[in-house]
Design a protein around this ligand. Structure first.
Ligand SMILES: Cc1cc2nc3c(=O)[nH]c(=O)nc-3n(C[C@H](O)[C@H](O)[C@H](O)COP(=O)(O)OP(=O)(O)OC[C@H]3O[C@@H](n4cnc5c(N)ncnc54)[C@H](O)[C@@H]3O)c2cc1C
Length: 380
């Protein structure tokens, strides 16, 4: 079958090799890592060895010299891991922690953080959310006070993916007394004295370490300021577009697999003398779900095409994020229903998939925030 634009044959080759790697090295361990509530750090090294931590980054930093379209392939294929938590941990490193360093970092910062991150030697996290400020990013209160040679950082971040294992945290802080969007800066904070993490228990994504991170009088050297002082809001906004597209792609990948597996289950499982798929209600449900997968894919690929063409597709990316995250959760719930009692059991993939999918409408900007952005962009 010919590749669906914007993807080409080259991307389909990458898809095949990434899929093989994920099905070999990740999928068989999904349940184990779920139970252990942790996937091994060594996975970053394995991804790096395949060139998968630097698909979109230049060769001079150890990347593959590709672009966001190559990354998009990986985002979709990560769903094959069968573990939202594992996909989230690797995804946070690739899609939200390292891009700001690449886009806004000095060459020296790229050498110190991006190069080892691409090599799988240093793990990154992005720390924006705080106990008192999530959707309302401008209200963050972590403070960095100017001292000789750098800053002293105090405050707390929460719900941070890779928050326990990360070697460095790309952290949003207030660097001025000005309110609102002003006076936010980013510091690259190394784990060390004054930095402590506590892992959180959660509904899904069990294999990932979502954590609260406390910064207590942490000295951050001058050279770790990322981007311009007091202009951190720009960095946040720049990061969101790809993060949301990546989430939409991940949902499309997860929905596709869930549909295929559920259709197979419905063909094999019998009730009242015929396969489940022989009952019109189930057949129609599966037809609706296939339509949802297709719709989500079309909307996401359209946003991706625009993103790749250098447009600023705020509206389309926002719509893709809003549509796919809710649709994915609803599809997983419907797939679980078709599995009957088995769907509620740990041993079936769908129980985990349904829990994992619940994060989508909350993380990376909630459904309500997506609607606020759309309202503004639609002149309402
Ligand atoms: C598993 C997980 C991983 C995460 N990983 C990271 C990470 O790596 N880094 C990071 O910085 N953050 C991370 N987050 C945080 C995530 O981005 C926030 O949880 C999210 O942005 C929502 O913020 P909040 O939880 O503070 O909810 P709040 O902002 O308190 O919102 C609560 C509810 O009110 C709604 N609401 C808020 N404002 C409005 C409004 N104006 N109009 C209507 N409704 C509104 C929200 O939509 C939501 O339903 C993660 C969260 C989770 C759960």
């Amino acid at each position: 079958m010919a590749p669906t634009p914007p993807f080409t044959e080259e991307h389909e080759e990458l898809r095949e090799s990434a899929r093989g790697f994920i099905e070999r090295e990740l999928a068989p361990y999904a349940q184990q890592w779920e139970d252990e509530q942790w996937f091994p750090d060594e996975l970053f090294g394995k991804f790096a060895a395949q060139g998968l931590l630097g698909l979109k980054y230049p060769v001079e930093y150890g990347g593959q010299g590709g672009d966001y379209l190559h990354e998009a392939v990986l985002c979709e294929e990560m769903a094959r891991a069968g573990s939202g938590g594992t996909a989230a941990g690797i995804g946070a490193h690739i899609n939200i922690a390292t891009p700001p360093i690449w886009k806004f970092g000095s060459d020296e910062q790229k050498q110190r953080y991006l190069v080892p991150a691409i090599a799988g030697q240093k793990i990154g996290a992005l720390g924006i959310t705080e106990p008192g400020a999530g959707s309302d990013v401008a209200s963050i209160s972590a403070r960095a006070e100017r001292v000789d040679g750098g800053w002293v950082l105090s405050g707390e971040k929460t719900y941070i993916t890779n928050g326990v294992r990360a070697h460095f945290i790309v952290t949003a802080v207030k660097t001025s007394r000005q309110g609102g969007h002003h006076g936010i800066s980013f510091l690259i904070v190394d784990r060390g004295e004054g930095v402590s993490s506590a892992k959180l228990q959660k509904l899904g994504w069990h294999a990932s370490d979502t954590a609260t991170i406390a910064f207590q009088d942490v000295f951050v050297p001058e050279e770790n300021l990322l981007g311009e002082l007091n202009e951190g809001f720009k960095l946040i906004m720049a990061n969101f577009q790809w993060e949301r597209l990546a989430m939409a792609l991940g949902a499309v990948g997860a929905m596709q697999i869930a549909w295929e597996r559920t259709a197979e289950f419905a063909r094999e499982r019998n009730a009242f003398g015929r396969p489940l798929s022989g009952h019109q209600a189930i057949r129609h449900k599966l037809a609706d779900l296939a339509t949802s997968v297709y719709t989500c894919r079309c909307v996401t690929y359209d946003a991706l095409r625009r993103f790749m063409a250098g447009e600023d597709p705020l509206r389309e990316v926002t719509m893709a994020k809003l549509l796919t995250q809710r649709a994915s959760f609803e599809l997983m719930d419907a797939c679980l229903q078709i599995h009957g009692g088995a769907g509620y059991m740990r041993e079936y993939w769908v129980e985990r998939a349904a829990r994992d999918a619940r994060l989508g409408p909350i993380g990376g900007g909630s459904d309500e925030i997506m609607r606020e952005i759309l309202g503004r962009s639609l002149g309402l």
